[in-house]
Design a protein around this ligand. Structure first.
Ligand SMILES: *Cc1c(COP(=O)(O)O)cnc(C)c1O
Ligand SMILES: [Zn+2]
Length: 412
């Protein structure tokens, strides 16, 4: 049995039953899942969590399904990697990478949200799932949907990285490549969702889908030894992950799984698509939509659905934001790879490069226990660094050729 009380409008507070609905009929505000926290507090202890398998479902009381999960049974519980070499490079003392580059099965944090969304879609009785995606969601819905036996309609901007498109196609979904950017795709999908009785994971199932992101936050706290970090740097597309990490921390505090909560939440974006960071820097509440132009395609949402709420979290927590150029993104991808052995996609480059900026500007202090949310795998965006890496040494298949090259390498 789940602990969901219902849905509630974030703006006017009107309550709704648990249905595939996402927007308030009265004020058009977004709906959010509400839980019986007193009930959760009675049953959920650290010991109980620790006794369960290492997947995102070990926090199931905080997730909006009623029965047993049916999708993403092995997703979540990615490593929290202590990154001392990178910390030294940045000039801070305690740095961790939350490494969602290895999320099962599609190597991005989107497996968390899709695990929850498709489990809920099954409970609602849907047989078709769909999404509007900047790439990773397409991959994840294609995979989880195949495993769970759903019909799948996947909508993407036609200009996505080839490696991401091919990755999705491997699972044989109906892939619809739209000539337009993500915001165009999303607008189209809202219309499609009105007409067809499909579970659009990030439209009509969005309140449930978004809750899956909280599991990254619970894991960070558990893996730090049941404490919240001082700083989390989060890459933002729609802004949902950022708001849900904050929600997860607050929930753990509210039910007594941690004591103190003094975490500052920072937003990381590419300069070519930084509507949330711009609002933070200009200290305004209105998000001004932009036309994305960046290699960080997974973050290229010009009109972020949760942008306003992300700015509220950043302000409430005392955080800030940074935006970085495509060149900085590429350099940061390589820095993470050569210091910590982790190959992240462009979004990871955005997060690390933004963290570097935030340390330089003293928004992050050298004593802050800092976690970088690294959300996707570099194998999915190889295009971004082709031509920017070192080159292989080409030799003939003999010892002489090798040793000549070795001399050159030694000579530097
Ligand atoms: C989707 C995505 C994000 C951010 O998602 P939000 O829409 O802000 O929740 C971050 N990193 C990667 C790799 C993504 O695919
Ligand atoms: Zn409302």
């Amino acid at each position: 049995m789940g602990f969901v009380k219902g849905l509630k409008c974030r703006e006017c507070g009107r309550e709704y039953a648990v249905d595939p609905v996402y927007v308030c009929e009265f004020c058009f505000g977004p709906l959010e899942v509400v839980y019986d926290y007193d009930g959760i507090k009675k049953v959920l202890t650290r010991e109980k969590i620790l006794s369960r398998p290492q997947t995102l479902w070990r926090y199931r009381e905080f997730l909006p399904i009623d029965g047993e999960p049916t999708s993403g049974l092995h997703s979540g519980f990615t490593p929290l990697v202590r990154a001392d070499k990178l910390a030294k490079h940045l000039g801070i003392k305690k740095l961790y990478i939350k490494d969602d580059t290895v999320t099962h099965p599609t190597l991005s944090f989107k497996d968390r949200v899709v695990a929850v969304a498709l489990s809920k879609a099954r409970e609602f009785g849907f047989n078709t799932v769909a999404c509007a995606s900047t790439g990773n969601l397409a991959h994840s819905v294609s995979a989880h949907g195949a495993a769970a036996g759903f019909k799948r309609f996947i909508f993407i901007p036609a200009s996505l990285e080839k490696s991401k498109i091919v990755a999705s196609l491997a699972y044989e979904p109906n892939l619809i490549a739209v000539d337009g950017n993500y915001d165009d795709v999303n607008r189209l999908c809202s219309e499609v969702a009105n007409k067809y009785n499909w579970a659009f994971v990030n439209i009509n199932i969005r309140p449930f889908y978004a809750e899956g992101s909280k599991t990254q936050g619970y894991e960070i706290i558990e893996q730090l030894g049941w404490r919240a970090p001082d700083v989390v740097v989060v890459p933002c597309a729609s802004g949902s992950l950022l708001t849900k990490i904050w929600k997860s921390f607050k929930e753990m505090k509210d039910i007594g799984l941690i004591g103190e909560l003094n975490t500052k939440i920072f937003s990381a974006q590419a300069t070519g698509c930084s509507p949330i960071v711009t609002a933070i820097k200009e200290n305004v509440d209105v998000i001004k939509p932009v036309k994305p132009d960046t290699i960080a395609k997974s973050l290229a949402i010009g009109n972020p659905a949760d942008g306003f709420y992300a700015t509220q979290v950043i302000k409430e927590s005392g955080g800030y934001g940074a935006d970085v150029s495509d060149t900085e993104i590429i350099e940061a991808i390589k820095l993470l790879a050569k210091t910590e052995g982790i190959f992240a996609e462009t979004a990871g480059g955005v997060t690390l490069a933004s963290a570097i900026r935030l340390v330089e500007s003293r928004h992050i202090n050298k004593d802050d226990l800092t976690v970088l949310s690294i959300t996707g795998n570099g194998l999915k965006t190889k295009e971004a660094i082709i031509g920017h890496t070192v080159e292989p040494y080409h030799i003939d298949p003999n010892m002489k050729s090798f040793e000549e090259t070795l001399e050159k390498i030694k000579a530097g």
